[in-house]
Design a protein around this ligand. Structure first.
Ligand SMILES: Cc1cc2nc3c(=O)[nH]c(=O)nc-3n(C[C@H](O)[C@H](O)[C@H](O)COP(=O)(O)OP(=O)(O)OC[C@H]3O[C@@H](n4cnc5c(N)ncnc54)[C@H](O)[C@@H]3O)c2cc1C
Length: 395
């Protein structure tokens, strides 16, 4: 039977990045992924745009991932936040904060494929397509059952990392409970070509249906992420392209001139899923398996990446001292190290939704005053910007 120190279940963004972070440590690491690279490349979900915080770009640079993806990434130089039909608005600018960009936007597919390619180049042991179908925790290791081309095989690992996404089965098998907050909303996602260049501005506009983000992409295009209630989303998806464009234009306005749809609009159901614990015996949770967030604040993967770095650092130190990579004390340290960032980031994202859901006049007034205050109070604005840039930990 194959034996590993660390078995990563899930080769998405979190699992793949963790594999790359662990590769130089000299541990025996393997990654199991259920779908092939071709399936991932063809997946419509790959069209979603990711806003990468500055902190995430720094991590990608340290891991040697950034050179492979930077050519696909567009810097955000300004964030423009506004409330449709109301007076409040605020701008956060990189120059004002003394940085060259507030973050970058990249189409998820480019990042996923670059990480998968790097994992292969660095000769990380990858079992793909293979699916973990069961676990059995023993005193010194976990026995893992895999289904591979219809055949059942086994391996064992001293630590299993669940990077298997928001509906993590590993989380369920090891008895870690989770909380779900269904927003009964869908994010409508599409690429939009704009008549006027975006000038590297990311727009976040709070509208009567829900938040609308227009993130800068390459070649005078923007990534639209527009949140609607479930019923409304269904109606929007049924619209002919020109009617959808007219509705988008009416909601967003003319700051970028005429807006045109490029390709189809895709819908993603939105809910907050949060694991009640980050570890079980010889198992750690990272990325969406630990927390799946609403994309309104663009924080989901940024937070997951910080899980990956924290776990990799602890494993490095454990390995340095010849310790067990699945040791309870190390997993406890991992959970402790991540607690405040999780509370702060999940609270920040969820709070934004509460504040900006279609709402009553007092809340609208409150948030407009909030945006105005934000614009005139540099300290608060900097606090907001540091959250948006994924650097709140440093503040
Ligand atoms: C519309 C939208 C916009 C977003 N925008 C942003 C943004 O701007 N910024 C940001 O930071 N985040 C954003 N996110 C969130 C981000 O996309 C996710 O946080 C991130 O993709 C999660 O990565 P992951 O690797 O944890 O999970 P996943 O991407 O779900 O990967 C899990 C992997 O595990 C595999 N798997 C599952 N079960 C098994 C098994 N039993 N055996 C083997 N393999 C298995 C799956 O095939 C999959 O490849 C957005 C999300 C959406 C939907």
């Amino acid at each position: 039977m194959m034996k590993f120190d660390v078995l990563i279940v899930g080769g998405g963004l979190a699992g793949g990045t963790l594999a790359l972070a662990l590769e130089p440590l000299g541990l025996k690491v393997a990654m199991v992924e259920a779908i092939t690279d071709e399936q991932r490349h063809a997946s419509p979900a790959g069209d979603r745009a990711l806003a990468l915080a500055r902190g995430s770009v720094d991590i990608f640079e340290q891991l040697g991932i950034w050179p492979s993806v930077s050519k696909h990434a567009t810097p955000i130089k300004t964030i423009h936040v506004s409330d449709k039909g109301h007076f409040g608005k605020t701008r956060l600018s990189a120059t004002e904060l003394g940085v060259d960009s507030l973050g970058h936007v990249i189409t998820a597919r480019y990042l996923e494929m670059a990480i998968a390619d790097l994992c292969r180049q660095r000769q990380i042991e990858i079992m793909c397509p293979a699916k973990v179908t069961g676990l059995n925790t023993e005193a010194t290791a976990i026995k893992v059952e895999l289904a591979n081309h219809g055949k059942s095989t086994h391996c064992q690992s001293r630590l299993v990392v669940a990077a298997d996404g928001g509906n993590s089965q590993i989380r369920q098998w090891v008895g870690i409970g989770y909380e779900v907050n269904d927003y009964h909303q869908k994010a409508l996602v599409a690429n939009i070509s704009t008549e006027i260049p975006h000038d590297y501005v990311a727009f976040e506009r709070f509208t009567e249906t829900g938040p609308l983000a227009m993130l800068p992409l390459q070649a005078s295009r923007c990534a639209m992420i527009w949140t609607h209630g479930e019923k409304n989303a269904g109606e929007m998806l049924a619209l002919a392209p020109h009617a959808f464009e007219a509705s988008l234009q009416d909601t967003f306005g003319w700051k970028l001139g005429r807006l045109k749809l490029e390709g189809k609009v895709k819908a993603f159901p939105l809910c907050l899923i949060r694991a009640q614990r980050l570890f079980a015996e010889r198992v750690a949770l990272v990325g969406n398996a630990a927390h799946q967030l609403h994309p309104v604040a663009g924080q989901g993967f940024n937070l997951g990446l910080r899980d990956v770095v924290a776990l990799a650092r602890l494993l490095e130190s454990q390995n340095h001292h010849g310790g067990d990579p699945g040791a309870f004390t190390m997993l406890e340290k991992y959970a402790k190290a991540r607690a405040s960032d999780h509370n702060r980031t999940i609270g920040f994202s969820h709070g934004l939704i509460d504040l900006f859901v279609p709402s009553t006049i007092p809340v609208t007034l409150g948030r407009n005053l909030g945006l105005m205050v934000l614009d005139h109070l540099p300290t608060v604005k900097h606090w907001f910007a540091r959250h948006a840039m994924g650097m709140a930990e440093d503040s």
